[in-house]
Design a protein around this ligand. Structure first.
Ligand code: COA
Length: 251
């Protein structure tokens, strides 16, 4: 079974992350499929919106930690950056449906979505500092813009988890729902019935004030992130996570 499922529902493309045994942790191959699907959808006039969802227990647990250790992204030409640039530049509405864990890029990608639906008990986190890393995906600009410096600092520097309910109160989530996928598809259908050029132009205008700034921050973050991946702080954190798993598996 593919780790990224694609469904067409009317004028909506639904991309579902499907690696539940690993909490939907994302591998280079999965980033590549997501980026290719988004780039194809951008040029397909019959697709008006894209919905991204995960599994019942995880939207995504972020980048695969084994890959961070063994095959870290080497530059802006790596699959994770292709995916980040694809969501940053995607011209049509991008709607996320979040349940369970949304870790790292699982939360930062929401900052690029136009609408987000989540369960109130979803568990979001951006534990970059905890892992010896730095924020990515433009989140060091987009997150404080959304929630203010004080809350952004607290969440980035402690790495703590926050609920879907808290994310709703911050303005990161549009609406709480027990069935965020159904709600996301419903709203995607409504938007799909709107005049498509007006939708695309409106999205571009909404993003125009900070699009260029986000591109520049993403590049700066990428440089620091790549350096951090090779640091002792990060490698120890990755090995710690992986060894706990091994011990857990043996118990
Ligand atoms: N990379 C690789 N494997 C991961 C993973 C990740 N990011 N997240 C989860 N997994 C794997 C676990 O190793 C485990 O595999 P195993 O069953 O073969 O041992 C499986 O997914 C289930 O995860 P588990 O930790 O047992 O689930 P949980 O419900 O107790 O906890 C999380 C869920 C998401 C809180 C926890 O898995 C976690 O913290 N993951 C790491 C998240 C992270 O730091 N991502 C990077 C952000 S930059």
């Amino acid at each position: 079974m593919s780790e990224i499922l694609e469904f067409r529902e009317g004028s909506t493309l639904h991309l579902q992350i499907n690696r539940p045994a690993k909490k939907n942790a994302l591998t280079p191959a999965m980033y590549t499929v997501l980026a290719d699907s988004l780039n194809q959808a951008a040029g397909d006039f019959s697709i008006r919106c894209v919905v991204i969802s995960g599994s019942p227990k995880a939207f995504t647990a972020g980048n695969d930690i084994g890959d961070f250790l063994n095959t870290p992204p080497s530059g802006s030409d790596s699959p994770v950056f292709h995916f980040l640039y694809a969501i940053h530049n995607f011209p049509k509405p991008l709607i996320a449906a979040v349940r369970g864990n949304a870790v790292g890029i699982g939360t930062t990608m929401l900052l690029h979505c136009d609408l987000v639906y989540a369960t109130s008990d979803a568990e979001l986190s951006m534990p970059f500092v905890t892992l010896g890393l730095v924020p990515e995906a433009g989140s060091s600009l987009l997150f404080p813009r959304l929630v203010g410096h004080a809350i952004a600092s607290e969440i980035f520097l402690t790495g703590r988890t926050f609920s879907g309910h808290e994310a709703f109160e911050m303005g990161l989530v549009n609406e709480l729902s027990d069935n965020p996928e159904e709600r996301a598809l419903e709203v995607a259908t409504l938007i799909g019935e709107q005049p498509p050029t007006a939708v695309i132009n409106t999205k571009a205008l909404l993003k125009s004030g900070h699009h260029q700034a986000v591109s520049m921050v993403m590049e700066a973050e990428g440089e620091l992130f790549r350096l951090a991946l090779d640091s002792d702080e990060a490698r120890n954190a990755f090995m710690n996570f992986l060894s706990k798993r091994t011990k857990g598996g043996e118990a």
